[in-house]
Design a protein around this ligand. Structure first.
Ligand code: BTN
Length: 244
């Protein structure tokens, strides 16, 4: 079998502590290669969506992937969703049931958030650098935390067993690399059946934060261009990541 070098994780940087892996790759993209992965044991200024903080104590997995010279962030939405799929595939061993992807790309186990993903871009001329940051609760304890928008859980809290975090990271990056190849070859739709089996609250009414508003929607399916088909106030519509 021919050995193929991976694109995602071809360069892997591991640091003990950093402000935010997303901020570092966005602001210093010139120092990193396309596909570089920056992983930190701890973040002191971890960021989540909607300008929220992302608590990033030791024991969690915090990493970001840099995609250089992309057309725009919208065309990379399929890859962002595939990043969630990569994580789900690798955590199934810790919790084989109750795992779901809540729009846009949060991962839940039994209605508690175990992973969040933040995609950001910086544009220069007509090209953008995209950073996809993954925060996964692994051996850190989070289920006691109050004041979170969504109840949280870690893999340790789900299975009662400590996880080898470096091994898990390696597996997620390998999976991400395989899915990246499909993204590049426009094969995102091949993964729709699996993604739609994983869709959180399919056919059930939930409240979702869209922009700064809380809206009541019924998720129906992911679409071939990585949007969410849903029902809202009796009509069917599509939501895209940019609306979040
Ligand atoms: C969310 O659900 O709000 C997204 C959370 C994303 C957190 C990760 S941790 C690694 C990367 N660096 C950051 O500052 N944020 C992302």
């Amino acid at each position: 079998m021919k050995y193929q070098h991976r694109t995602i994780g071809s360069h892997l940087y591991l640091v003990d502590e950093i402000g935010s892996t997303n901020t570092e790759l966005l602001e210093k993209a010139d120092n990193y290669e396309h596909g570089a992965v920056l992983c930190a044991r701890k973040q002191t200024a971890g960021r989540g969506r909607h300008k929220r903080d992302w608590t990033s104590q030791n024991g969690g997995l915090y990493f970001s992937v840099l995609l250089k010279e992309q057309k725009d962030i919208i065309s990379t939405y399929p890859f962002v969703l595939l990043s969630a799929l990569a994580v789900v595939r690798c955590i199934h061993a810790c919790s084989s049931y109750g795992v779901a992807i809540k729009w846009p790309n949060d991962i839940y186990i039994n209605h508690r958030k175990v992973c969040g993903i933040l995609a950001e871009s910086s544009t220069r001329g007509n090209m953008s650098n995209i950073v996809v940051g993954v925060g996964l609760n692994v051996n850190n304890k989070v289920s006691h935390l109050t004041g979170l928008r969504n109840p949280a859980v870690s893999l340790l809290e789900c299975s009662g067993e400590k996880v080898d975090i470096d091994y898990l990271m390696e597996r997620i990056i390998n999976e991400l690399d395989l899915l990246y190849a499909d993204f590049v070859e426009h094969k995102f739709s091949d993964h729709l059946p699996e993604l739609n089996r994983l869709l959180y609250a399919k056919g059930q009414e939930i409240e979702l934060a869209l922009g700064d508003k809380l809206r009541t929607i019924t998720p129906l399916a992911f679409t071939p261009d990585a949007k969410l088909l849903c029902e809202e106030k009796g009509s069917t519509r599509e939501i895209f990541l940019g609306e979040m």
